[in-house]
Write a protein that binds this ligand. Structure first.
Ligand code: PMP
Length: 348
């Protein structure tokens, strides 16, 4: 901030860690890392830059080559920004159940958005993207298996967290998983450089893929060969697809996920609303879910604990979703009362 940057891409990362003042129990220090400060408003801006620049370096992505990815939205929005800034055409494949503003945002940034039937879930959009990439010789970013995804979190997100808590130490780090890039990339650094930090991984109560203990069926490249039996639809867009991503599985197998915490959908929604109305922190549903998990940890944590939770994206992305369902467009009775309490514009 307060800098002269050579490209929008230089503004990715270095997101602020902000203290929670009104919603946190008094005996702990609860902080949130607000990824909405990234240029396109989500943590996935990091992955987009990391994956594209790793592919440029390795030669896997040629100048002017089309990029394709299956994504529930934030990855596509981040990739659309990075591809626009660098001049690559982008095709995004997403299930038609995700919010309309996500599609429009990507198209506004110059991407092509291809919709797949929601009934075929995450695996359906993924398989369509693989088929399109093979048909046309496009560069598929493979966010669920690509090591450039956790690598960018090791190089940026983890360094920021280590630096921001260098003076006081960090007792708990709370996250969720979409690909598991954030989890794998940050948790392995914490394990090495801050071993006292307990890693808490939240997932939807309706889709406890990790909590079930049931293994994920995989192809030789680590991609899912079938949906996971414990998956059910849940409201946390961007979390827990209908399979355990390879990167998430790696983190669990390496013992990096200290505790798995199920979060009920309504609790996630309420936590997001509370963060906005009581802290002035405007974030999405998975942010609410992660914060709900952090509050639970906070209640049980010893006096003076330092707790950090990830808030992955902005609330602005959810205007057409159930998060805003109870927010009226017309004046409420109370607002009408305020209007009527002074003479201007009142009906004669
Ligand atoms: N929340 C939202 C809203 C997301 O879009 C994502 C990424 N899909 C995540 C959380 C999880 O991030 P990661 O892919 O690094 O696990």
């Amino acid at each position: 901030m307060g800098h002269r940057y050579q490209s929008i891409l230089e503004t990715i990362g270095n997101t602020p860690v902000v203290r929670i003042n009104r919603l946190a129990p008094a005996h702990v220090n609860l902080y949130a890392k607000i990824e909405a400060f990234n240029p396109m408003g989500s943590v996935k801006d990091r992955l987009a830059l990391g994956v594209i620049e790793a592919a440029e370096k390795s030669g896997a992505l040629r100048p002017g080559q089309t990029v394709i990815e299956a994504t529930s939205g934030n990855t596509g929005i981040g990739l659309a920004m990075v591809c626009a800034a660098k001049g690559y055409p982008l095709v995004v494949v997403m299930a038609d159940s995700f919010s309309v503003e996500r599609r429009k945002l990507m198209r506004f940034l110059g991407a092509k958005v291809v919709l797949t039937p929601a009934a075929h879930r995450g695996t359906g959009m993924y398989n369509k993207a693989v088929e399109l990439a093979q048909t046309h010789g496009w560069f598929a970013t493979h966010q669920f298996e690509n090591e450039a995804n956790p690598d960018i979190h090791t190089a940026t997100t983890a360094r920021e967290i280590i630096d921001d808590f260098a003076d006081v130490g960090l007792d708990y780090w709370v996250t969720g998983y979409g690909t598991g890039g954030t989890l794998k990339g940050v948790a392995r650094v914490l394990a090495k450089e801050s071993p006292k930090t307990k890693v808490v991984v939240c997932e939807p109560e309706d889709a406890q893929l990790l909590g079930s203990g049931q293994e994920q069926a995989r192809n030789p490249d680590g991609s899912p060969s079938a949906g996971h039996p414990a998956w059910k639809p849940h409201p946390m867009q961007g979390w827990t697809p209908d399979f355990i991503p390879k990167l998430t599985g790696d983190a669990v197998a390496a013992g990096l996920a200290g505790r798995i915490l199920p979060i009920p959908g309504p609790m996630a929604m309420q936590a997001s609303r509370d963060l906005a109305a009581k802290e002035g922190i405007f974030v999405g549903i998975t942010a609410g879910a992660t914060f709900a998990g952090a509050l639970k940890i906070a209640e049980e944590a010893p006096e003076g604990s330092n707790i950090l939770c990830m808030l992955p994206d902005t609330g602005e992305r959810y205007l057409s979703t159930p998060l805003f369902a109870d927010v009226p467009a017309e004046m409420t009775e109370a607002e009408q009362g305020i209007f009527d309490s002074s003479p201007m514009f009142k009906a004669i």
